[in-house]
Design a protein around this ligand. Structure first.
Ligand code: 3PY
Ligand code: MG
Length: 260
């Protein structure tokens, strides 16, 4: 499955209320060199295509989140990482540092298949993100000649996934998901736990997560979540996009394994 095909497959499966459970790696510090090495190098003969693409040659990784909010990546890292992901046939969803429209425009211009936007708390905030990501007439995103120079071909309409990760976002989750142009909701369980005054894995956050999943599923939109813990990863069958864990965590586990 090619990267842009995963985006349409996600939209179709969500509309049919069929969770896809696609597992992704949350990249927070890897360079393009490091990512290419971690994915096992380019597939024989160059770019991945057809059945080879979408994770079969990337150790089971089916998509990449690029964490521009936490970790060590910023906007300038996105293009080189995107080129590695393209060769591996993996869709890329940067998690933006903020709601800034200019940064959203730049990563979509560069060829990202969608964005994950932190801390969205209301339908109004979600509607502003729709204006940031969609070209006119649906939105207000600008286009530019430099985009063509990057060699970006049509990646289809990018996914817009606002994050619900506060008590206010939780309260307004149904309204946020219902905004026209929003493709679904990505849950941030760690910030949500803090906002609800508990630890991940405890109540009331587990019930809150289940309620967001159910709400979004009933609207026929996409639901994703970062996990990083077995009890959250266990919810993968109910989700469409599952950010399993970070590159840092993968490295630490690998080191522990090697040196134990
Ligand atoms: C959270 O859990 O708060 C996140 O943002 C996941 O990365
Ligand atoms: Mg968060």
């Amino acid at each position: 499955m090619a990267a842009s095909d995963l985006v349409s497959a996600l939209r179709t499966a969500a509309a049919d209320r069929r969770p896809m459970g696609r597992r992704g790696l949350w990249v927070s510090f890897l360079s393009a060199y490091g990512l290419e090495a971690a994915l096992g190098g380019p597939p024989p003969g160059g770019s991945a295509s057809g059945d080879q693409a979408g994770g079969d040659q990337a150790g089971g990784i089916q998509w990449l989140g690029l964490d521009l909010q936490h970790g060590d990546l910023d906007l300038a890292n996105v293009v080189p990482l995107l080129r590695v992901a393209e060769r591996a046939g993996l869709p890329v969803f940067p998690r933006m540092a903020s709601h800034a429209a200019d940064a959203i425009g730049r990563v979509v211009d560069a060829g990202a298949q969608g964005v994950i936007v932190p801390g969205v708390e209301s339908a109004d905030e979600a509607a502003a993100l729709v204006r940031a990501i969609r070209l006119p007439p649906a939105g207000g995103r600008s286009t530019g000649a430099a985009r063509t120079a990057l060699g970006v071909t049509d990646v289809g309409e990018a996914l817009l996934l606002p994050m619900v990760e506060t008590a206010a976002g939780l309260h307004n989750a149904a309204d946020i998901a219902a905004v026209d142009g929003v493709d679904g909701i990505f849950i941030g369980p760690y910030d949500l736990s803090m906002s609800l005054g508990c630890k991940p894995g405890q109540e009331p956050v587990m019930t809150a997560i289940a309620s967001v999943v159910e709400t979004v599923r009933s609207t026929g939109k996409i639901v994703g979540m970062f996990t990083g813990r077995p009890d959250l990863l266990a919810l993968a069958p109910t989700l469409d996009l599952v950010a399993v864990d970070t590159d840092v965590s993968a490295l630490r586990r690998g080191l522990a394994d090697l040196f134990s």
